[in-house]
Design a protein around this ligand. Structure first.
Ligand code: ADP
Ligand code: MG
Length: 244
C-alpha cells in the first residue's frame, strides 16, 4: 500500500522560555485511504504533530513527506493544498458571512473561475448535507452543523488528507455523531486519508489504526480493538478516555 504521509524522527521545541521539547523523535506513516487516530493526554504534542504534517510548523529535525513530496520551502504550498485541517472551535473557522461564501473562500483564493466555484461549493455542501443552509449566517448554526460546513470547505478544495484536531470535542453528543457520520461518508466518497486527534472513543473506534502519544512521543500503536483492550493500562499512560 502506498504511503500518503511519512514522518521520520521529527523533533520540535517551541521558542519560548521553558524550551521543553514538544516532539521528541516521532515517526509514523499513513497509507492512502487509511484513517489513523491519535489519542493522548493534553500537552502530549498531538496538535504540534498535526501542524508539522501540513507545514504550519517546520520541524527542528527529522523528515516529513506528504504525497511523496518532502516538506521544504519549495513544497510547503503544494503540501498545504493536499492537507485540509478542521480545528476544535467551530467559531474560529468562519470567514464568510453566509455558509456558501465561507465554503467558497478557499476556492476564491485559488482563483477558481466563478462557475466552477459555485458548482464545487454546491457539491461540497451536498456531501455534508448542508445545502439547505447555503444562505444562512454561520453563527446561526449548531456546533455540529458548523463543523460540517468546515468539512465542506475542505472537501471543496479536493485534498488528499483531512486532519481533524479535536474537531468534535466542543460538540454535544448529537453534534459529535453528525460530524463523525459526515467524516465517514466524505472519506469514502472522496477517497481521503484521515488523521484524527480525539478524546472520543467512537471517533477512535472508527479509525483503522490508533496511535497513543505521551510527552512528545508515540508510545503505542495498534488497531482500535488492540488499543482499547489495554483498558486500565491506558489510564496509567495518562489517558482520560472512557475505555470499555
Ligand atoms: P496536545 O495537542 O497534545 O494537547 P500540543 O501539541 O498543543 O499538545 O502541545 C505540546 C506541548 O507544546 C505542550 O507542552 C504545550 O504547552 C506546548 N505548546 C503548544 N503550543 C505552543 C505554543 N504556541 N507556544 C509554546 N508552547 C506551546
Ligand atoms: Mg491539541
Amino acid at each position: 500500500m502506498s504511503e500518503i504521509i511519512n514522518v521520520k524522527n521529527v523533533t520540535y521545541t517551541y521558542d519560548d522560555e521553558d524550551q521543553r521539547p514538544a516532539l521528541k523523535g516521532v515517526s509514523f506513516s499513513i497509507n492512502k485511504g487509511e484513517w489513523v487516530a491519535i489519542i493522548g493526554p493534553n500537552g502530549s504534542g498531538k496538535s504540534t504533530l498535526a501542524k508539522t504534517v501540513n507545514g504550519l510548523i517546520e520541524p527542528d529535525s527529522g523528515e516529513v513527506a506528504v504525497g511523496g513530496l518532502e516538506l521544504n520551502e519549495k513544497n510547503v504550498w503544494s503540501i498545504r493544498e493536499m492537507v485540509g485541517m478542521v480545528f476544535q472551535n467551530p467559531d474560529n473557522q468562519f470567514v464568510g458571512s453566509t455558509v456558501q461564501d465561507d465554503v467558497a473562500f478557499g476556492l476564491e483564493n485559488l482563483g477558481i473561475p466563478r462557475e466552477e466555484m459555485l458548482e464545487r461549493v454546491r457539491t461540497a455542501l451536498e456531501k455534508v448535507n448542508m445545502l439547505e443552509f447555503a444562505e444562512r449566517e454561520p453563527a446561526r448554526l449548531s456546533g455540529g452543523q458548523k463543523q460540517r460546513v468546515a468539512i465542506a470547505g475542505i472537501v471543496a478544495l479536493r485534498p488528499d488528507i483531512m486532519i481533524l484536531d479535536e474537531a468534535t470535542s466542543m460538540l454535544d453528543p448529537q453534534g459529535r455523531e453528525e460530524v463523525l457520520r459526515t467524516v465517514k461518508e466524505v472519506k469514502e466518497q472522496e477517497n481521503l486519508s484521515v488523521l484524527s486527534i480525539t478524546h472520543d472513543i467512537d471517533e477512535a473506534a472508527a479509525a483503522n489504526r490508533v496511535l497513543v502519544m505521551r510527552d512528545g512521543q508515540l508510545i503505542q500503536e495498534g488497531t482500535p480493538e488492540t488499543i482499547f483492550s489495554y483498558g486500565e493500562k491506558l489510564v496509567e499512560m495518562g489517558l482520560d478516555l472512557p475505555f470499555p
